[in-house]
Design a protein around this ligand. Structure first.
Ligand SMILES: [Zn+2]
Ligand SMILES: [Zn+2]
Length: 352
């Protein structure tokens, strides 16, 4: 037995030495690197190919930090059209990691807190480099033009340098910049191509005014996004009978504990921030009440404050929810929801 063990160790040792020697040979290095590079250039898009309404969470957290998640971002695909709703920090990077082409019909911004638009310029540059032929369409609430005009101004030299270097064959000059559309909420759909209707409605996130939610209706399937809000009757009426409600959520319980912990170490500044943020978001149980009243089929929590880092935290975050509304999912970055047409099915997976 000992002899066999000794023999096995010798074989492994020889193998390890052989690998180390081979890795020093340039032709072996070239072969491995070329193989890795061809693997990196992944042309497979995870976007659903069938005619359907679908959503990918490209950012699931609130501004409270979490190293594994991006700030708020939801991709909606209706037929062959792709919309990005909000683009917080890290969301553009997530889209690249997931292998999603930067070909967008438009970007929709719910409100003008920076955790909802800080990656907008990255989406602009990424889609310009990907061959966008027209300016990037951005829909948002009153004041959205200040954001897009500000980005255009801040990045004017960057755009010039890139254009001067690559030329019109790569970067279409007239496509640089934004086409900005200011939305008037609680009206008929602002987008209607005969199949897809998108409606903007008011939610309550004072002092941010206006703050919007969006409803997507496509060939009998529907997805609603709450945006940032407290408990809102208007959200309930616009979410009526939707297949999926993406609902923002702040755990008053966990944030209260964080506030107390900051107080205990004497960090009153952070404790005050933890206190302040509780009055303009919705608790998970309140979100469940909204879902129940609106009679939605499935509830997905996003814009998580704080985004749970362990299962126990998620259990505390959702405490009391299933007593009100049991059909719910805590989103993560990469959560993928597909609503096939002519069906009641809601398929949930994760791209990660
Ligand atoms: Zn906000
Ligand atoms: Zn927010």
């Amino acid at each position: 037995m000992f002899k066999f063990f000794k023999y096995s160790i010798s074989i492994i040792a020889i193998f390890v030495v052989l690998v180390i020697v081979l890795l020093r040979v340039p032709s072996v290095q070239d072969g491995i690197l070329n193989f890795a590079i061809s693997g990196l250039i992944n042309t497979d898009s995870p976007l659903v190919k069938d005619d359907a309404l679908s959503a990918i969470v490209c950012g699931s957290r609130s501004p409270l930090p979490n190293p594994d998640r991006a700030e708020t971002c939801i991709l909606i695909k209706a037929g062959n059209k792709v919309f990005i709703i909000d683009a917080g920090d890290g969301s553009a990077s997530n889209l690249r990691t997931f292998g999603i082409p930067f070909e967008f019909e438009a970007i929709l911004i719910t409100h003008l807190h920076s955790d909802h638009f800080s990656d907008l310029q990255d989406l602009h540059l990424g889609s310009w480099v990907s061959g966008r032929k027209e300016k990037l369409k951005v829909y948002g609430p009153e004041g959205i033009n200040e954001i897009t005009e500000g980005f255009e101004r801040a990045y004017a030299l960057d755009a010039k340098y890139r254009y001067d270097h690559h030329g019109d064959q790569v970067l279409v000059k007239k496509a640089n910049g934004y086409e900005t559309i200011t939305l008037i909420p609680n009206q008929k759909p602002f987008y209607d191509d005969g199949f897809l209707k998108i409606t903007a409605f008011l939610v309550e996130h004072k002092p941010v005014e206006p703050s919007l939610g969006f409803r997507f209706d496509y060939k009998g399937r529907s997805i609603v996004l709450s945006g940032d809000t407290i408990y809102s009757e208007n959200l309930i009426s616009y979410a009526k009978d939707a297949d999926v409600l993406f609902m923002e959520a702040l755990s008053m319980d966990i944030i209260g504990r964080l506030q107390k912990a900051q107080e205990e170490v004497g960090n009153l500044r952070n404790a005050n921030i933890m206190f302040d943020i509780q009055d303009y978001h919705t608790s998970p149980v309140e979100g469940a009440k909204i879902a129940k009243k609106a009679n939605v089929k499935h509830l997905v929590y996003y814009h998580l404050a704080p985004a749970p880092v362990i299962g126990l935290m998620e259990t505390v975050f959702t405490r009391g929810v299933s007593e009100v509304f049991s059909n719910f999912t805590m989103s993560d970055d990469g959560t993928h929801i597909v609503l096939p047409l002519k069906s009641e099915e809601i398929l949930i997976s994760n791209l990660k």
